[in-house]
Design a protein around this ligand. Structure first.
Ligand SMILES: Cc1cc2nc3c(=O)[nH]c(=O)nc-3n(C[C@H](O)[C@H](O)[C@H](O)COP(=O)(O)OP(=O)(O)OC[C@H]3O[C@@H](n4cnc5c(N)ncnc54)[C@H](O)[C@@H]3O)c2cc1C
Length: 366
């Protein structure tokens, strides 16, 4: 079978990109691995998040803002097409602080970024009492919060399902259980899987998450990515307790409180640990003391896909023109950008976003 695009990896990055390409009338085949793969898209925290992104690279802050701004129309379109509500809520989010010093230091950094962005960085600082008016369940140890108005959250599993449904409805092919082992190019790209299945395509997008650690160098990319473990907890469904999400806890659309996530450099190990989970629970209880009585129903570990500077990588292969590496640490936040704007970049359109700062040229290593 021949496609305009073969997408290697059917996580949130591959599917949102596939969806955007299909919307432009292109033929797309998605080759996705199996349940033995590491799959960040199924284990993440669901934030559509702007604050703290791009503190050292304002273009990343803007890219996240562009995506956050495109999210409402993106989710509405998915909802109309599939009947699936992906649970988007964008009424701001908090960075909660337990000390005045850390709050002030973060605010100082945000002020610098705000100036660099020409003032477009809408946040406000809430002291404890102001925060308590917004979040009656907040605990006394929280001295205050930064409320950033471009932040929000969604249900990442429902997003994944809606995208998969709509990719198929739009005529895209999703092949599951396909472990790509080789990519070569003559007139067309030939993508070969472990079971000898072959797919031919005009262009290839490598969005295989941590799978790009192996496939990337074979396709001429540096792909200097690494795993970072995040452990996450979720409680039973509860009556409304938390109004806006934070990096510590959020109440999901179905009522449970999701608590997370650790940041651990442990290689390709996605197990949970007593220490990791206890630390998360203690911090969440410090923020929202009522959680001490909540029943925990599930915990899991998942691996982030991190570049050395934490920014996305968008790179065309110097060895195989027409092959692109697309990988990022914030695939939920950037789903709307990947669906709406990235296809123009892949197609070399005049309207393509400038993604130069996200190329692999920034990495000295080969
Ligand atoms: C704990 C945690 C919390 C997070 N919280 C947030 C958050 O709040 N907000 C946010 O925006 N982001 C968050 N993220 C990051 C987000 O989850 C990822 O950026 C996103 O899921 C990456 O999607 P992906 O499609 O690149 O990778 P994945 O979801 O890992 O998908 C990669 C796919 O490629 C396939 N694959 C791999 N190798 C091959 C191969 N050789 N052949 C074929 N297929 C292959 C796999 O089967 C897999 O399905 C979090 C991540 C973690 C771990």
């Amino acid at each position: 079978m021949t496609s305009d695009y073969a997408i290697i990896g059917g996580g949130i990055v591959g599917l949102s990109t596939a969806w955007g390409l299909l919307k432009r009338g292109l033929r797309v085949t998605v080759l996705d691995g199996d349940d033995g793969s590491f799959r960040a898209s199924r284990g993440n925290f669901g934030l559509v998040w702007v604050q703290s992104k791009g503190m050292k690279q304002p273009r990343y802050a803007q890219w996240s803002q562009d995506s956050a701004a495109a999210w409402a129309a993106f989710s509405a379109e998915l909802n109309d097409a599939t009947g699936r509500d992906v649970g988007l809520e964008q009424k701001g989010g908090y960075d909660l602080h337990f000390s005045e010093e850390s709050l002030e230091a973060t605010v100082a950094k945000y002020e610098v970024l705000k100036e660099t962005l020409g003032g477009n960085y809408p946040f406000e600082v809430l002291g404890h009492n102001a925060l308590r008016r917004e979040e009656p369940a907040i605990g006394p140890k929280v001295v205050g919060a930064i409320l950033h108005h471009q932040d929000g959250h969604a249900n990442p599993l429902k997003l994944l399902q809606a995208l998969a449904d709509d990719v198929r409805r739009l005529g895209g092919v999703i092949m599951n259980g396909m472990h790509v082992t080789a990519v070569d190019k003559s007139d067309l790209f030939r993508i070969t899987c472990a079971d000898k299945t072959e797919v031919r395509a005009r262009k290839v997008v490598l969005s295989a998450g941590l799978g790009a650690m192996t496939l990337g160098p074979m396709m001429g990319f540096k792909a200097p990515i690494r795993p970072q473990r995040g452990q996450v907890l979720i409680t039973e469904k509860l009556p409304k307790l938390i109004n806006r999400p934070s990096l510590i806890a959020r109440q999901v659309d179905e009522g449970g409180i999701q608590i997370g996530a650790t940041n651990e450099e442990v290689g390709l190990d996605d197990t949970v640990t007593q220490r990791g989970l206890s630390g998360l629970a203690a911090e969440a209880i410090a923020a929202f003391p009522a959680l001490a009585k909540a029943q925990l129903v599930r915990s899991w570990g998942a691996l982030r896909i991190l570049s050395p500077d934490g920014l996305p990588i968008y790179q065309e292969s110097p060895d195989m023109p027409g092959a692109y590496l697309v990988t990022c640490h914030s695939g939920i936040t950037l789903a709307a950008a990947h669906a709406r704007f990235l296809p123009d970049w892949l197609e070399g359109a005049d309207t393509a976003p400038n993604l130069e700062v996200f190329s692999e040229n920034r990495f000295a290593i080969s």
